[in-house]
Write a protein that binds this ligand. Structure first.
Ligand SMILES: C[S@@+](CC[C@H](N)C(=O)[O-])C[C@H]1O[C@@H](n2cnc3c(N)ncnc32)[C@H](O)[C@@H]1O
Length: 332
């Protein structure tokens, strides 16, 4: 039976199952626990020296995740201490939201104030690894300022079979005008695939209604009756992604910027099927991983300064999701 259309609205607050060691696992089983959840099987993702499976799979020299669930594993530290150890072509989607090199304060170890060339060279290093670990047909999303994504998009386009799909403009909330420039109003979300996309799921957004009178906001050039009642095909300009400001959505222990779950839900729903693997090298406060847990995707993540915060949030389920009325248009 083909799956029916999937509502994205109101994702459930997932009860996370974190890794249990063998003794604890046995104790739970002895106590008659219904299900003892295994940790995420990272062995399948470690490479040997040739980028093939095997070498690290026995655990020799492979880094230990600081936290894992049955769906995912989180590594504390520099993403470049883990990415090169991953086996080639094992990941379905990469989402990366690196520091933007604008002098922002993250944790102690993050340098967000590099010379332009140094910053771009650093980005190219981890991007090359992200491309390498992507499966054929897999998707790469890169969230950054337009000025950096112009350069980094050109670089990605020169790697392997990488194909440009979209420059998605994500409208930003409050941003001050800059003298002598247009008022910057969007972030860039680049979307590439390694060759022809293996997964592209059409997301629809509801037909916009006036919040006062309930009538249509647009006239659709007289073609209103031809619109799909499930909604409009998602555009490459996103004006409806809320900022993460309210205390309900923010981590109390990590004040630096975080993305809305709505943005990650789109990335995940467009480019993956349940069970697929999403990699995020810059975990931040854990948005990507919480969305993957809620949507039954597997995940691998790294975070330099706040891995403990991410682990706490996932463990406690303390990551509220923004309202999302998108619909995934699956075949009937
Ligand atoms: C822009 S934030 C990501 C926010 C994240 N998307 C979220 O929604 O919470 C970038 C994160 O990258 C982390 N970071 C910086 N350099 C890193 C590195 N070399 N490896 C792993 N993480 C790094 C920072 O600590 C920061 O939390």
């Amino acid at each position: 039976m083909p799956p029916s259309n999937t509502e994205l609205a109101e994702p459930r607050q997932t009860a996370f199952c974190w890794g249990v060691d063998d003794a604890a696992s046995d104790a739970l089983a002895d106590a008659g626990a219904a299900e003892v959840t295994p940790t995420f099987p990272m062995d399948a993702f470690w490479a040997d020296g040739d980028g093939q499976a095997g070498g690290q799979a026995d655990g020799d020299g492979a880094p230990e995740p600081c936290f894992s669930t049955r769906r995912g594993a989180l590594f504390a530290g520099d993403c470049m201490s883990v990415l090169p150890l991953l086996r080639s072509e094992t990941v379905d989607t990469v989402f990366a939201d690196p520091p933007f090199n604008i002098g922002k304060k993250y944790g102690k170890r993050t340098n967000d104030n590099r010379a332009d060339d140094e910053y771009l060279d650093w980005c190219r290093e981890w991007l090359a690894e992200c491309v390498r670990v992507l499966k054929p047909g897999g998707a790469l999303f890169l969230y950054n300022l337009p000025r950096w994504n112009v350069e980094l998009g050109a670089f990605i386009g020169q790697q392997d079979d990488m194909l440009f799909r979209h420059w998605i403009a994500v409208e930003m909330g409050a941003c001050m005008p800059i003298a002598g420039r247009l008022h910057p109003s969007h972030y860039s979300l680049l979307y590439y695939t390694k060759g022809k996309p293996k997964t592209f799921r059409r997301v629809r957004t509801p037909i916009a209604l006036c919040r006062h009178c309930g009538g249509d906001i647009k006239d659709y050039g007289g073609h209103r009756n031809k619109l799909n009642p499930k909604g409009i095909t998602l555009k490459d300009v996103w004006t409806d992604v809320p900022p993460v400001r309210h205390a309900k959505y923010k981590s109390g222990d990590r004040k630096a910027n975080a993305l809305s779950t709505k943005l990650l839900e789109r990335v995940v729903e467009i480019s993956t099927e349940p069970g697929d693997v999403v990699l995020d090298p810059f975990g931040g406060s854990g948005t990507t991983f919480a969305v993957c847990e809620a949507k039954d995707r597997r995940w691998i993540g790294m975070e330099l300064d706040f891995a403990d915060v991410v682990a706490d949030r996932l463990r406690s389920g303390d990551l509220a999701h923004h309202k999302n009325t998108d619909v995934v248009d699956l075949p009937e």
